[in-house]
Design a protein around this ligand. Structure first.
Ligand SMILES: Cc1cc2nc3c(=O)[nH]c(=O)nc-3n(C[C@H](O)[C@H](O)[C@H](O)COP(=O)(O)OP(=O)(O)OC[C@H]3O[C@@H](n4cnc5c(N)ncnc54)[C@H](O)[C@@H]3O)c2cc1C
Ligand code: SF4
Ligand code: SF4
Length: 664
């Protein structure tokens, strides 16, 4: 057993955390017990140790009782370790003479038996006092921060974050996977609850992004590699070929008119496949950048090499078309990253009983957004595939959401966008509109009022989950109609409602590649696949990777106001980081005991952060302190025990382990 030394004077501080800890752990008994432990000079309990008086208690004791080691047993160190490091610094002690014990998450929140919980808390406090006696004084490292920022994803979240930072003088690289920025919002005609024209509020922002001197907009591009650490990331971006030289193209679209295809033949993804486009195309009229691109899978020149290339002729003056263009790789250095990669909508075919893909008049909400959009495939006229306008429309809420068989979560925006679509459909066609809902969720500003407005407009509401959509008529008048069968939980019976058109209000899901993107940026996803924030309340746009922030619907379902607010918050966090000029890094790094290292190189491939190199002059491994994240993998991998880690020295870990085991 390690000897803590005679000059060690420990103070133990036990927090009730209101009733969070005190309701399960007998904090008074814990304090009594702590006073009996070797080298403990004082042990105190307090209702909120993190409060100013709580902190003051520790400061005063350090001075009065000449304490040189502190144990705080409280809530999660993630929340308050820094608070107490600051207390020690203020009192003139090295902050790493602190040992934090989590008796909330590790004890009171996970146990009900008060006696056993108190005994466990005693074990952990005892272990901490033995460990803290061996702590060494450590120094934080300081590194400069690169002031440039990377934003990934050019939906409304990425656009707003990029503009906020660019206006504040930061240089922003905005990388968007698609050929244009705009994301989902660019597809909408109107936005709830105010029914603003989406293009009218989004297009000016998109144009500003395209022309901002502080923004490098790289559309049709993807991040392929990320190296480095907070303040100093090295990012590799792959820029896909548009087969158009962006600097020369003026977006006149004469090449599109001149293309030998008189009509488009390829389903237009932006219009949800409801129209066709040519091989050379602009994704939508307000696209930014206003540069066309050529789809090699559809272009005759790419497929046969024998096209007349009428597009090239049309562009002779500018000479912007380049069939030989290759993908290019760019490397950029940035200090911080904001991920704003958004969401995808639920695939309605997964709920086969709603007939999507089977009945031609069953549409998804995104398809309707395009059909009612003035710049959409029908110039805003809501018509079905046979050209008829619907006389009756059923809107089915919660498709794929709040369902144990698909997605358990509420997609948050579907109630409101269903109301918006109900209003627009009624306004444009005069059809009878039926909304089938489970609950009506309208918690935003002005949202409940919008619901009231819809009730006044004569839209019908049926509370109950739709069981099935079929085309089986029970009566000749129902021929050619879609029959919606739903339980009406207010009226207490099952209803059959025949309609011309069905709109499925599909829910929001994480992007298919969200986990790959998370891995690329060294972050985590929650169980459903949404990017995980550092703390849902106190750090909602931060991640566990310092310098990487998240904004918008990549973190969970969100409407536009919430997305914009979060994007602003992420931009502010980035600017606070950058404007500090330099950053402090924790000293929990590994180091090599050169005299013991045999140069076997086992540790080098083990390090997930590429922080270990081989010093060929000395024939030893060496750790780059800046890159090391203190994960400890190399320490456990080294066959000769030649790597140690600050704050996790063998003697400290053994003393703590022995302290816990003394209970046995
Ligand atoms: C049918 C429907 C109607 C809606 N109507 C409204 C409404 O009226 N009002 C309202 O407030 N909200 C509405 N919403 C919600 C709204 O769509 C979201 O709040 C908003 O789009 C979220 O913006 P975002 O930027 O986070 O994500 P997105 O709009 O999804 O944008 C994400 C962007 O990131 C890009 N991207 C993704 N992965 C990568 C990658 N790896 N690299 C580079 N780029 C990447 C995508 O191509 C996309 O451009 C509606 C949603 C739906 C489904
Ligand atoms: S490629 Fe040439 S013709 Fe086509 S939009 Fe650009 S400038 Fe106009
Ligand atoms: S090469 Fe031919 S098919 Fe391809 S975009 Fe030009 S004209 Fe159209």
């Amino acid at each position: 057993m390690s000897d803590p030394g005679l000059d060690c004077r420990i103070g133990v501080y036990l927090c009730h955390c209101g009733s969070n800890i005190a309701a399960t752990v007998d904090v008074m008994a814990l304090a009594e017990y702590a006073r009996t432990l070797p080298n403990v000079v004082v042990a105190r309990e307090y209702k909120y140790m993190c409060s100013d008086p709580g902190q003051e208690l520790i400061c005063t004791d350090i001075a009065d009782k000449k304490l040189n080691r502190i144990v705080v047993a409280a809530c999660s160190p993630m929340l308050h370790e820094k608070t107490f490091h600051n207390v020690l610094s203020r009192a003139g002690l090295n902050p790493f003479y602190l040992q934090f014990v989590n008796i909330r998450e590790h004890v009171s929140w996970v146990h009900q038996d008060h006696k056993a919980a108190t005994a466990k808390a005693m074990d952990l406090v005892r272990a901490a006092t033995r460990r803290v006696a061996l702590h060494k004084s450590l120094e934080k490292r300081r590194v400069p921060i690169n002031p440039n920022v990377l934003v990934v994803g050019g939906g409304i979240a990425g656009i707003h974050a990029a503009l906020t930072m660019a206006d504040a003088g930061k240089h922003v690289y905005l990388v968007e996977r698609e050929p244009t920025i705009g994301g989902h919002m660019a597809m909408f005609d109107k936005t709830f609850p105010t029914l603003d024209c989406a293009a009218c509020i989004l297009t000016p922002k998109m144009t500003s992004v395209g022309s901002h001197p502080n923004i490098s907009l790289w559309a049709y591009s993807e991040v392929t590699q990320v190296e480095g650490y907070v303040g100093n990331y090295k990012v590799t971006v792959c820029r896909k070929p548009r087969y158009i030289i962006e600097d020369l193209c003026v977006g006149c679209q004469e090449c599109i008119t001149a293309c030998i295809y008189k009509e488009g033949k390829t389903p237009d993804a932006f219009n949800q496949g409801l129209s066709k486009r040519k091989p050379v195309y602009l994704p939508f009229p307000q696209a930014i950048p206003q540069k066309v691109l050529i789809d090699p899978d559809a272009c005759i020149e790419f497929k046969t090499g024998k096209c007349k290339k009428t597009c090239v002729e049309a562009c002779a003056e500018r000479n912007a078309i380049d069939f030989k263009q290759q993908e290019s790789i760019e490397e950029i250095d940035v200090g911080a990253i904001i991920l704003a990669t958004g969401f995808r909508t639920f695939d309605a075919q997964r709920n086969a009983y709603y007939g999507y893909g089977q009945y031609k008049n069953v549409y998804t909400s995104l398809e309707i957004e395009r059909l009612i959009n003035a710049s959409g495939p029908t110039s805003g006229v809501l018509q079905m595939r046979d050209g008829r306008q619907p006389q009756s429309v059923g809107i089915v809420h919660c498709v794929g959401s709040r369902d144990q068989n698909t997605n358990r979560w509420c997609s948050k925006v579907c109630c409101m966008y269903s109301l918006k679509l109900a209003h627009l459909i009624k306004e444009r066609t005069g059809a009878e509109v039926y909304n089938f809902y489970i609950d009506m969720r309208t918690p935003g500003k002005g949202y409940e009022e919008f619901y009231d407005r819809l009730l006044d407009e004569g839209v019908h509401f049926v509370r109950g989950r739709v069981a099935e959509i079929s085309d089986w008529p029970a009566h000749p008048s129902e021929e050619g109609k879609l029959i919606i069968r739903a339980e009406d939980t207010l009226a207490g019976f099952v209803r059959r409602i025949p309609v011309d058109m069905v709109v499925l209000s599909v829910g929001l899901e994480p992007k298919a590649d969200a986990r790959d993107v998370a891995r690329l940026f060294n972050m985590s996803c929650a169980s459903e696949g949404w990017f995980l924030e550092r703390h849902p309340k106190l750090a909602p746009v931060s991640t566990f990777t310092d310098g990487v922030f998240i904004a918008g619907a990549c973190q969970g379902p969100k409407d536009i106001p919430e997305t914009v607010a979060q994007a602003g918050a992420a931009a502010a966090e980035v600017m606070a980081l950058i404007d500090a000029g330099e950053i402090e890094l924790d000293p929990y790094t590994a180091y090599v005991l050169e005299e013991h290292c045999s140069g076997c190189k086992t540790c080098i491939p083990m390090c997930p952060y590429g922080a270990i190199a081989f010093d060929s002059v000395k024939s030893k491994a060496s750790v780059n302190e800046i890159l090391c994240k203190g994960c400890g993998t190399c320490v456990s991998a080294c066959p000769s025990g030649s790597i140690n880690q600050n704050f996790f020295e063998d003697e400290e870990v053994f003393a703590e382990t022995e302290g816990v085991l003394l209970h046995a």
